[in-house]
Design a protein around this ligand. Structure first.
Ligand code: CTP
Length: 396
């Protein structure tokens, strides 16, 4: 799995740096090409000579070589690498990564990284559990960094607790898992719709719904983390972060969402319709704000919006279509009916009667119904876990 892979191994200044020698050795033994980037403090713990002898490449630490003036390009490293592993990552390095403080070659390399980044933190237990470290770790997670959690055990300080860097064998395992996950859907194209749609009434009012987009975004991220090329057509949502493998198209109305979905449908392999599309839109949109003076009420005539799922269902060729059904009663019956009517391959049912399912929640409880009539029921899980279950079923 690691054969021929280009890996940047970042080493920061912690006692666990001695374990990075073993990590480097294991990576090289498995056929990876490794470029070590070490912080000035890292060199206090482990010598560049050992690292360059084992990697077969000069170790990079400074922005340029002092006596020759040779410039070390962090941008080139970002283009070269398939994976960057920072082990050990000290509290200070994690803090700099989370806040973009580019005062050494390791952090500039991180900021220029186009590849996946994985960090193996190592520090004392109090530093690990400090709110500041935990905040920074949460930021890195949001930025798409994989965290190889530290273990609990005896620490260099003599204290016992969580903070010890994960063993090199397990970091290698995490790298292998990453590459094998990336390989599973490489070359596949995915189209996802997510979030609500807003249908304008006038320049200040609209008809919308409570969809947060979290489920659709989690599905898009999950497909991308398995190597697929994902196009995400998103209604108006507040979510900012997406996996780097996701191309996002922001839309507002059902009509715009339909146009974007139709034009990206042709070469998609999997299409997931997770958006809560407004079924109706005002027949006409007022050019200026509708005033209340002089009226004793108002009638708004609504016309049907396009059914995106059904439209794509009719265009279907090789694509696998996955729809959602959020129901309040006769749940399974309605789900089967929608699956057939819209020519879907699977429908993911969630019931508004389940307290763990529905709009704006972080959890969901689903039943996946297949076109052949199979029903797979799952316990309540986080939307991220639910996304994994859905991709496991549909993309085999
Ligand atoms: N859907 C769609 N376009 C619409 C309405 C729904 O693409 N205009 C998709 C949703 O994204 C979902 C599936 O169709 O994947 C079912 O959505 P739902 O709102 O439950 O179904 P409707 O057909 O709108 O039926 P109803 O609202 O009457 O239950």
């Amino acid at each position: 799995m690691l054969k021929g892979k280009h890996i940047v191994l970042g080493i920061s200044g912690g006692i666990a740096a001695y374990k990075s020698v073993m990590l480097l050795r294991l990576l090289v033994k498995r056929g990876a090409e490794v470029q070590v980037v070490i912080t000035p403090n890292g060199k206090e713990f482990i010598t560049p000579v050992t690292l360059s002898a084992l990697s077969g490449k000069p170790v990079v630490s400074e922005f340029f070589t002092a006596n020759t003036g040779e410039w070390h390009s962090h941008v080139d490293l970002g283009l070269w690498a398939d994976l960057m592993i920072i082990a050990p990552a000290t509290a200070s390095t994690i803090g700099k990564m989370a806040n973009g403080i580019a005062d050494n070659m390791l952090i500039t390399t991180y900021l220029s990284a186009k590849e996946q980044v994985m960090v193996a933190p190592a520090m004392d237990l109090d530093m690990w559990r400090h709110p500041s470290t935990q905040r920074n770790i949460a930021t890195l997670r949001k930025d798409g960094v994989i965290i190889v959690e530290p273990e609990a055990g005896e620490l260099a300080s003599g204290l016992v607790g969580k903070g010890r860097m994960e063993e090199p064998e397990n970091i290698v395992k995490a790298a292998e898992e990453y590459f094998s996950r990336m390989a599973t859907l490489k070359g596949k194209k995915v189209l996802v719709t997510a979030g609500p749609t807003f249908e304008n009434i006038d320049p200040v009012r609209f008809i919308g719904n409570y969809s947060s987009g979290k489920m659709g975004f989690a599905i898009a991220d999950e497909f991308a983390s398995r190597g697929a090329e994902v196009t995400l057509v998103a209604g108006p949502v507040s979510i900012k972060e997406t996996h780097p493998g996701v191309r996002r198209i922001d839309v507002r109305s059902a009509k715009e969402m339909c146009e974007a979905a139709v034009s990206n449908f042709g070469d998609a392999d999997y299409v997931v319709l997770a958006a809560a599309v407004a079924d109706y839109a005002p027949e006409s949109v007022a050019d200026s704000k509708i005033k209340r003076e002089g009226t004793d009420g108002m009638t708004l005539r609504l016309v049907k919006n396009p059914d995106i799922a059904a439209t794509l269902g009719c265009m279907k060729d090789h694509q696998k279509l996955i729809g959602f059904a959020l129901e309040t009663d006769h749940e399974l019956e309605n789900a089967h009916h929608k699956l057939e009517k819209k020519h879907l391959d699977w429908i993911v049912l969630n019931s508004l009667n389940d307290p763990e399912a529905g709009f704006m929640k972080d959890t969901n409880k689903i039943t996946i119904v297949s076109a052949s009539g199979e029903e797979m029921e799952y316990p309540a899980k986080s939307k991220r876990e639910v996304a994994k279950d859905i991709v496991d079923v549909v993309a085999v």
